[in-house]
Design a protein. Structure first.
Length: 207
């Protein structure tokens, strides 16, 4: 099987462009994305074939997808809400279908090097595998003035304490692990299933 075919249908490398998925995938992290079964097959930006999603997706998965506001850009985020889920994020507490997601303090901090401020790292148990997140109590859970008029915006309600969204059929809700430094579904809306490229399989931290 030639390399372009592997890249189009099986596994494709990406490089994380920003710190929205820090601390686990900071800027420059190389990731390998499993594409088989997610129905969005292309290589070097050339679409080859599309099909319905047949591989499993679970809350807590890190996924790569076409940015809804500009499909030429690929983003990586944490899958938080599946079709039909009710996602709420109020006062920096994430709940799915009324059940609070467990978070514990790790005692570690993150410093991106862009400021002298260090941020607390928490472990979040969203799905089967835990992952680290950054949340800053000094900031709002969502910048309401930054929310766009995205498709099916009526599925969400916002106020100063946060938001609640009911994920439509065939769509997904994603957030960055760096919760206070991530443009995600809070701001630009739901990810259509047809936009999902695949699930992150391996990540190689930058040196």
């Amino acid at each position: 099987m030639s390399s372009p075919v592997l890249r189009a249908f099986v596994m494709e490398p990406f490089r994380v462009p920003a710190d929205s998925m820090a601390p686990s995938m900071p800027t420059g992290t190389y990731i390998l994305v499993n594409k088989w079964g997610y129905g969005h097959y292309n290589t070097f930006g050339i679409p080859l074939y599309s099909a319905p999603i047949s591989a499993p997706l679970s809350s807590g998965d890190a996924i790569v997808f076409d940015y809804p506001e500009n499909p030429k850009i690929s983003l990586v985020k944490r899958l938080v809400g599946l079709p039909g889920d009710k996602v709420a994020y109020r006062d920096k507490r994430l709940t799915i279908n009324g059940k609070a997601v467990t978070t514990t303090t790790t005692g570690r901090t993150w410093d991106s090097g862009t400021s002298r401020i260090s941020y607390k790292i928490f472990t979040e148990q969203l799905g089967a595998l835990p992952h680290d997140i950054i949340a800053d109590d000094r900031g709002p859970p969502v910048r309401v003035n930054g929310v766009r008029n995205f498709p099916q915006r009526d599925k969400c309600t916002y106020d100063e304490t946060g938001f609640v969204c009911n994920v439509p059929v065939g769509h997904y809700f994603v957030m960055g692990d760096n919760r206070d430094n991530s443009e995600d579904s809070r701001y630009w809306g739901f990810v259509p299933g047809s936009a999902i490229i695949g699930k992150v399989g391996l990540a190689f931290l930058p040196r």
